[in-house]
Design a protein around this ligand. Sequence first.
Ligand SMILES: [Zn+2]
Length: 496
Amino acid sequence: VKHAFLTSVEFGMWAPPQRMTISSWADAYRIISARKGNPEPGQWRTSRTPYLREIMDAIGDPDLEEIVVMKAAQVGGSEGCARNPLAYWVDQDPGPTLFVYPTQAAAEEQIVDRIRPMILDTPKLAAHLPGARADMTAHALDFDTMAVWIGWAGSPQALASRPCRYVVLDEVDKFPPFSGREGEPIALAKARTRTFGHRKKIVIISTPTTGMGAIAKAFEACPDKRRYHVPCPSCGALQALVWSQMKWSSVKDEPLEMTIARLEAEEAAIFYECADCHAQIPESERDLLVEQGIWVSDGYPAGEHPKSRFRAYHITGLVATIGTRWRDFAVKFLKIQKDIAKLMEFVNQDLGEPFLDQIGRVETSALRAKAQRGHARGKVPRWAGILLVTVDTQKDHFYWLVRAWGRGERSRLIDLGIARSWEELERVTFGARYALEGCENELVGPAAVFIDLGGGTRPTPTGTGRTRCTAGAPATRRGGSRSRGTAPRTGARRSS
Ligand SMILES: [Zn+2]
């Protein structure tokens, strides 16, 4: 009786259109262009990168205002979190949109190599450019539903005061240093959305640099920080994939080069060790693991989340299912042991983690053997701005090291060793003084100590430390005692 005057078909015509999610829209309509070396051109399939599903749908969720995505390089982040939303907004939920890239060159490369091909190859999108491919000028796209401006930090598009409902800031850690002349670019872009109230949406995406970088700060500031957890095939424990649990078989006393060669030749096994039951999960199960994963908020049990309009996601390269292998990560990691710049690149690009707070732990593992043999203390170089101590907590002792840091990530190892108790640790780190190069009677001490502690557990030498990103510790080839490396015994990874 309700629809007495309308047939169901007619009623459907008058009902509000069913709003699709961004992931379902992409699965239905989005075409990945074959033009620019895309590994998997053709119809977009969210099932190929299942970790992107929730993020895309969060971007389309009217209850959320800001989405932060701190990601590794090869995880499809910009495709899923920037271009799919753009396509969806044009077709389903339009509003004036601003994209900001780090530089003019980056913005133009995006337009020419990514955005324009996406529009031309996705019919549903091309249909919204009414007879006007010529209108696809360099920095503005005029769809029949909405306008899109594409700028870079400091560009006229980014600085114009026109209101925008959607703002996407891509690769914010590459934004030029804030000059103070025009205002901080991220804050400026965000200010554009003011008039849209609860309908606005801000998406901030980047591969991180250091803990001081824009994306790491935005991530930390978010009340809801989510990491992708996968269930162990043996015990079912949900856990975020972390580098410290990546293991490979190595023969005792084998030179590093040999391990690398055997890994490359696929003679050495590589596996992910469950943090809970220590089952060895082979790489062949990776894609299945990732398919079964869910996003878990730091500090909350699976399925529960803080209530917030701001949400952050961290995507490690270890969940990447297209074009990467765990084995290649291990080979790369072993090859760059002594090269800090390359280690930073590995932590940023491959693990999607900020660097500085990880360095001590990555290094501690590499230098462990050296510490056991004893060594001479170093002099502090004149260019050093600060001395920092990093401590790696073991079952019944600490590995510590002191490093001098200068401008531009320049650094030098000054001292390292083992402490058996808190008192000893305090004495050898905070109590230590080192001579300045060239003026031997001028002594300097460490300014800060970073200790990797268990999530919420009391930091005692006998307690279990928790590492966020350590060197993958090789396991000895069958028999003998298996090295547990620096890996602690914890379940789900939580924020510290
Ligand atoms: Zn397990």
